[in-house]
Design a protein around this ligand. Structure first.
Ligand code: AMP
Ligand code: MG
Length: 562
């Protein structure tokens, strides 16, 4: 493209009139940067930033941006048409090379508890929002570039992102959305044309990788840690401004018409209760689909109850409540699959503590926090009843739910396949063999299905059948209901890796898979867009994780830098 792009501060409008460029028509509202205090220091130099909610940051220039993929529904949501998506300007803007008219780019300052310990100031070290826009549907969305260069919060790191982590973030955001899990979205995945050096295994062998940027999209990227940081510093003015702004901007339905300018304690408590509720709902959804976030630090908890910050996440292949994909957490396994519900509760308690300095009577905050347990338990039981096709919960269903979670651990069992195939169990199957038959594909190691294990599984299947008989729902109805909550396709860790292999240039470098076995990103995205449908032409992607992926880096294990 033209020389105008070589200087990141030079607007493309210097060369071409702005009306010629569709992205200059985005309707920037920029409420966060207009209404909250800015860091007066404009340098992207690592430092403590106090009495400010954000720093203005210009994205770093990129050498030769090119679009790898985009999510059509997200473009549509933002009012960006397909011709614009394929234009060179799109890659320039969503790599940070050109800021569109009206943008006000910034990085947020926040703190957080990391792995249970207060870590002080963190902030957007590699994320810069280009601004908030009004969308054609009347809503607001913030467009944030992840991997756009140094910010005041980069803390000795480079502010950049590599292709493998960007592919994983892009695909997983969209997969989660289409599964019905609350999440931030991804508009685009762009290669920057720059190389980024990473020591992927932390073993002293850094190597250059392809630089990439994902444009993430959400109504707000505010995290629990945005509130925790000013609270920890005793900066109650900033804390109050952030709380007021967030409630008015993102939870306007909670503000009574006659509310005074300064929000009342009751409104703040109602808001906290809503954050508790949304977080509990999000966690139930993670448990439904077998998603493990991997780094549930309080700086990675969205105030909107959205899944945010896709790093060393993973999907359960075989059901194992103790599994974590994050090698950085291999020791204590704090963020293992089965521990996500209590961790969310703990994180909410930290947010609640931050709010105690604003609210006079702490009792209602405590009550709102306590409601997490009930909301989660009820939500979890209802979700499990739906997975099992039970309809409304009845007495004894808790035992049935505990029972299925137990039999899933008796032998290495693919969680996704198991639930999907359970829908095929005929209500009238009357021998143990007939009952087990539809599920056989879910087992990784047939030799683990000893007579004893089979007997235990059958005991549960027989009880399940009896419960189904009591409900008296026709098999076909039950299957349709179960297929609507038990996805056939999830973003198995190895599938994302085969997409990465394909973009990086072909053959997997370090193990097992055949040279030709790579996956096209749009082909996979198309299936993940309709994860409850059958897609018989892609049956293999619904199958068990292949053996070569069992221990391969990227497929089973990732580090925080992933
Ligand atoms: P995460 O575990 O990805 O949520 O990151 C934790 C903190 O480290 C956040 O403040 C990030 O912005 C920061 N961070 C992670 N990777 C980088 C990077 N490559 N450059 C700068 N900051 C980073
Ligand atoms: Mg983070």
């Amino acid at each position: 493209m033209s020389a105008a792009f070589t200087n990141r501060r030079l607007k493309y409008t210097d060369a071409v009139t702005s009306s010629a460029l569709p992205l200059d028509q985005l309707d920037f509202s920029n409420r966060f940067t207009t209404e909250l205090p800015a860091d007066p220091d404009g340098r992207a130099v690592p430092r403590q930033v106090e009495r400010a909610a954000f720093s203005r940051v210009t994205p770093a220039p990129t050498a030769a941006p090119s679009l790898v993929a985009h999510a059509a529904e997200v473009a549509e949501l933002l009012g960006i048409d397909e011709a614009t998506v394929t234009s060179d300007d799109f890659a320039q803007v969503f790599s940070g090379n050109r800021l569109p008219d009206g943008s006000d780019s910034f990085s947020m300052v926040y703190g957080g508890h990391q792995f249970g310990n207060w870590a002080g100031q963190l902030g957007d070290g590699r994320a810069t929002a280009i601004g908030e826009i009004r969308t054609p549907d009347g809503g607001y969305q913030t467009l944030q570039l992840k991997g756009a260069g140094l910010t005041p919060y980069s803390r000795g790191a480079d502010g950049l992102a590599v292709l493998r982590s960007s592919v994983r973030e892009f695909l997983c955001s969209e997969a989660m959305f289409h599964l019905g899990v609350p999440t931030t979205r991804a508009l685009s995945l762009v290669l920057t044309g720059d190389k980024v050096v990473r020591d992927m295994f932390y073993d002293g062998n850094p190597k250059p990788e392809l630089g990439a940027i994902v444009c993430r999209v959400a109504p707000s990227f505010t995290r629990f840690g945005n509130f925790q940081l000013p609270a920890s510093r005793g900066d109650l003015d900033l804390l109050r401004q952030l709380v007021d702004f967030t409630i008015r901007a993102d939870f306007p339905e909670l503000v009574p018409d006659d509310e005074p300018t300064v929000l009342s304690d009751a409104t703040i408590v109602a808001w906290y209760a809503e954050v508790v509720r949304r977080t509990a709902v999000m966690i139930v959804e993670w448990m439904r689909v077998g998603f493990v976030h991997g780094v549930m630090n309080t700086d990675n908890m969205s105030i909107l109850g959205l899944t945010i910050d896709y790093g060393p996440y993973g999907w359960l292949d075989n059901f194992d409540p103790d599994w974590t994909p994050n090698t950085t957490d291999a020791g204590q396994r704090r963020y293992r699959f089965g521990h996500q519900p209590p961790i969310a509760h703990w994180n909410l308690a930290q947010l609640g503590s931050a709010l105690t300095s604003l609210v006079e009577d702490h009792e209602p905050l405590q009550k709102a926090l306590n409601a997490y347990v009930e909301t989660h338990e009820t939500g979890f039981a209802e979700m499990m009843a739906a997975k099992l096709g039970l309809g409304a919960l009845t007495e004894g269903d808790n035992d049935l739910i505990a029972g299925v979670l137990h039999i899933l651990t008796l032998a290495e069992t693919d969680m996704t396949i198991f639930y999907r195939r359970l829908a095929d169990l005929p209500a009238n199957a009357d021998t143990p063999e007939d009952r087990l038959a539809p599920l056989l594909d879910a087992y990784y190691l047939p030799e683990q299905l000893t007579d004893e294990v089979k007997a235990e599984i059958d005991q549960w299947l027989a009880a399940y059948q009896a419960r189904l008989a009591q409900a008296g729902r026709p098999d076909a109805d039950r299957k349709a209901a179960m297929d609507a909550v038990n996805p056939k396709f999830v973003l198995r860790n190895y599938l994302a890796q085969l997409v990465i292999d394909g973009i990086e240039g072909g053959a997997p470098s370090d193990a097992g898979a055949t040279d030709t076995e790579t996956i096209d990103i749009y082909e996979l995205l198309d299936v993940l867009r309709m994860p409850y449908d059958e897609h018989p032409e892609h049956e293999a992607w619904a199958g068990k994780r292949p053996d070569w992926a069992r221990e391969r880096a990227g497929c089973s294990q990732l580090s925080c830098s992933s």
